[in-house]
Design a protein around this ligand. Structure first.
Ligand code: G4P
Length: 193
């Protein structure tokens, strides 16, 4: 998606630890015009697929998912919460996730009321790095007995393992910008689509 790649090239900063800072338009501050184009592009890439729920994870996925839902007939957006405690009880689906990017273990939790066996679920998130957050959402979807349509990702760090691991599990992933390599010295290179 050229508009997105241009924004990354002009505004993103490569930080220590292979972190891409896109706070000016995707994370701390969000560009709603760009989000609308992102939502339209996800709709184009998943055209013809029946989607009844968009599932994301707090925090940065929520805004993108909400704007995107407007291009999927205003389907409900469900967001999974992250809790450090592992012993969650009650009427929820829960799966443990280890984040290498964040260096923490957490549980990804969603209410059983909002994810049902008859649902067709599209996952949406801002980044795909090692992929454990998205994998957690895929497991929750499976545990609910729902159908996983695929995942829409804004920025995939193609040099990390998440994308290939999830595609090997037959999850359809559409990433709007795939970074092949990045460094403060060499800058950012995208994978050709
Ligand atoms: P992991 O397996 O190492 O945890 O990687 P994963 O792909 O699941 O990404 C974990 C979290 O780290 C995600 O946040 C993702 O947005 C964030 N992240 C990964 N790489 C980068 C990066 O280069 N830049 C930025 N800005 N974020 C990155 P999340 O679980 O969706 O939570 P939140 O950050 O939205 O609260």
């Amino acid at each position: 998606m050229k508009l997105l790649k241009d924004r990354i090239l002009t505004e993103a900063k490569v930080m220590p630890g292979n972190i891409l800072n896109v706070g000016s338009f995707l994370n701390q501050q969000v560009d709603i015009g760009l989000f609308n184009e992102i939502g339209k592009e996800f709709a184009r890439r998943f055209v013809g697929k029946k989607v009844t729920r968009i599932l994301t994870i707090e925090a940065s996925g929520i805004g993108i998912a909400c704007i995107t839902a407007q291009y999927f007939n205003n389907v409900p957006v469900v967001f999974a919460r992250k809790h450090r405690a592992k012993n969650i009880a009650g009427n929820v689906y829960s799966v443990g996730v280890t984040s290498f990017t964040m260096g923490v273990d957490y549980s990804v939790i969603v209410s059983k009321d909002y994810l049902r066996p008859e649902d067709s679920v599209l996952l949406i998130d801002d980044f795909l790095a090692n992929g454990h957050a998205l994998e957690g959402l895929a497991i929750l979807t499976r545990n609910a007995g729902a159908t996983l349509i695929g995942a829409g990702v804004v920025i995939e760090k193609g040099f990390q393992s998440g994308g290939s691991r999830l595609r090997d599990k037959n999850i359809l992933i559409e990433s709007l910008a795939v970074i092949e390599s990045m460094s403060p010295e060499q800058g950012i290179r995208f994978r050709e689509s």
